[in-house]
Design a binder for this molecule. Structure first.
Ligand code: URP
Ligand code: ZN
Ligand code: ZN
Length: 467
């Protein structure tokens, strides 16, 4: 059925204008003033509302075997809560462990998602071991439409790669023209610092941050950027959390390294005092890189405004209270992760656009458009244009609410952002022209989501000593 959205104000990464949007067969077919509706068209009155392109979360974990347990979500719960919060596409990290077969892992993740997601999705393929067989499998995975890799410099012996494996992965990525995303913390330093702290009897969640200090992340960022530079690859630092790592990334950008930067919702709004709360309350705020000293937040916001931080994701990774208590006797065993897929858009709109001077176009760019461009989804996703998928967020900037575990739609039993006020929320969310959400309620098709197959789109580079 056709859909006409009338009277709203369209806001993209570049433009802002009042216009109607006409949608047929999942795509936008006309944009303009006073469009008329053929018989049988569903009409939505968007007067007083902003209309954003569907938001893209470039960094989520849904199926995730990790730290002796599994992340709590499934694709149904994560996609519905994401949609209620305005996220119409997510990119999930496929993370088989180092001992698992890459292709088997990839099939498992695809099977978990297929037919269960209410919004569209894509994958980043984590490379957790590099050998001849894995290389051949990675080529197959890219040919299947997963045109981005993920590496972990941390989590030694589980997800983590050695420097040699990082080099090989980046060399392959450069030759295939795919982007490589990276978790940048020095695994060896983390391991040694954890041992020292534990030997001193320091077991609580407040010791998580001191075990992975800012310098450890800066070192990882510098090293990743250097490897990207030497291989001619394209790199993307995930969840950058602090000033020293930001400076390392900026240094690399300034010398022309093809490096992009993501920061994630918790690091903009939460600081290390949350993880210093006694007992399980602190454990609920353990993630890596850790929540930092508050002084870092002003730097992250400035870098976001300036476009130095390219994208904002969530690193959505829910573990419930019982799971967090796995680390009751040792902070090293607290499952790392904080949920956020439902809250990213509303919180960044509230604390960025409404209260923090973040330009509304930069907001759209960082939460949607730039991710679409970097990960090969643009202009199908990430904008409002004739020919684009009709993924739209009709946004009510007058809504007032408070985030709470009691009212959230995710599966977890707590929210990392409990008590945060929000000023705005989606009133209607569409996925390829189908209304999936109305005023905080999922009203759509639970299995509407499709896997988005992407083509490598970076210049292909063969690494030679002379290059
Ligand atoms: O603490 C986090 N970030 N958990 C998820 C895994 C990762 O490192 O992204
Ligand atoms: Zn990570
Ligand atoms: Zn992550």
């Amino acid at each position: 059925m056709a859909l006409l959205i009338k009277g709203g104000e369209i806001v993209t990464a570049e433009t802002r204008a009042r216009a109607d949007i006409f949608i047929e067969d999942e795509t936008i077919t006309a944009i303009g003033p006073a469009l008329s509706a053929p018989l049988g068209t569903e009409v939505i009155d968007a007067t007083g509302r902003l209309i954003f392109p569907g938001f893209i979360d470039p960094h989520v974990h849904i199926h995730l075997p990790f730290m002796a347990t599994f992340a709590k979500d499934n694709h149904a719960t994560a996609s519905v809560s994401g949609l209620i919060g305005g996220t119409t596409t997510f990119i999930e990290m496929v993370c088989p462990s180092r001992n698992e077969d890459a292709l088997e892992g990839y099939s498992t993740w695809k099977q978990k998602a297929e037919g269960h997601s209410a919004c569209d999705y894509a994958f980043h393929m984590a490379v957790t071991r590099y050998d001849e067989k894995t290389e051949a499998q990675l080529r197959e995975i890219v040919a299947d439409g997963t045109a981005s890799f993920k590496i972990f410099l941390s989590y030694k012996n589980f997800f983590g790669v050695t420097d040699e494996e990082m080099f090989q992965t980046l060399k392959l990525a450069a030759s295939l023209g795919v982007i490589t995303t990276a978790h940048c913390e020095n695994a060896e330093l983390v391991g040694q610092l954890q041992q020292l702290l534990r030997a001193e009897g320091k077991t609580g969640p407040e010791w998580h941050e001191p075990s992975r200090p800012e310098a450890v992340e800066a070192e990882g960022t510098t090293r990743f950027a250097t490897f990207v530079e030497q291989t001619g690859a394209t790199g993307y630092v995930v969840h950058l959390s602090c000033g020293p790592a930001l400076r390392a990334a900026v240094e690399a950008k300034l010398r022309g390294v093809n490096l992009f930067v993501e920061s994630v919702l918790p690091h903009f709004l939460l600081d290390k005092t949350y993880a210093e709360r006694p007992g399980v309350e602190g454990m609920k705020h353990v993630m890596s890189p850790p929540l930092r000293d508050k002084r870092n937040q002003a730097l992250l916001w400035s870098a976001l405004k300036a476009g130095i931080i390219d994208t904002v994701g969530t690193d959505h990774c829910p573990f419930d209270t019982e799971q967090k208590l796995l680390g009751a006797n040792a902070f090293t065993q607290i499952p790392n992760g904080i949920p956020g897929i439902e809250d990213r858009v509303n919180l960044m709109y509230t604390y960025g656009v409404k209260r923090g001077g973040l330009n509304i176009h930069r907001f759209v760019d960082a939460l949607s458009t730039r991710a679409a461009k970097l990960f090969g989804l643009y202009p199908r996703k990430g904008t409002i244009a004739v020919g684009s998928d009709a993924d739209l967020v009709i946004y009510d900037p007058e809504y007032r609410g408070t985030i709470s575990a009691a009212t959230q739609h995710g599966i977890n039993d707590y929210s990392g952002f409990e008590g945060f006020a929000i000023e705005g929320r989606p009133s209607v969310v569409t996925v390829r022209g189908k209304v999936q959400v109305r005023d905080g309620v999922f009203v759509g098709e639970p299995a509407r989501g499709r896997m988005l197959r992407r083509k490598p789109h970076y210049a292909k580079q063969e690494v030679t000593h002379a290059s």
